[in-house]
Write a protein that binds this ligand. Structure first.
Ligand code: FES
Length: 97
């Protein structure tokens, strides 16, 4: 039986952690997994996790630009995310909640 409900999150953040293992560029080449863990941990530390879901994605079709983060319901994405520029993205994304 299908259970259809409204999503309880105000914001969903999808972080690409896909790794093509060197066969072609991928977010795995740009520490996508570490970026995902840092975002999720920051959401938890700030008490945002009940209202925000930070989850992993397997390829968002932007493989050559660096790690990609896609955000709903804002309908935006950040491409070329690195551990170095993640701080400014965190402030941008989390300030609305
Ligand atoms: S591997 Fe991340 S967008 Fe394709």
């Amino acid at each position: 039986m299908i259970d259809k409900q409204r999503i309880p999150y105000e914001k969903c953040i999808f972080v690409c952690v896909n790794d093509h293992h060197g066969q072609k560029p991928s977010c795995g080449d740009h520490k996508g997994e570490e970026i995902f863990r840092k975002l999720r941990e920051t959401a938890k530390v700030r008490g945002l996790h009940p209202r925000m879901r930070v989850t992993q994605a397997k390829c968002l079709g932007q493989c050559s630009t660096g790690t990609t983060i896609m955000i709903y319901p804002n309908n935006i994405w950040y491409r070329g995310v690195t551990l170095d520029n993640l701080g400014e993205i965190i402030e941008d994304v989390f300030q609305e909640l």
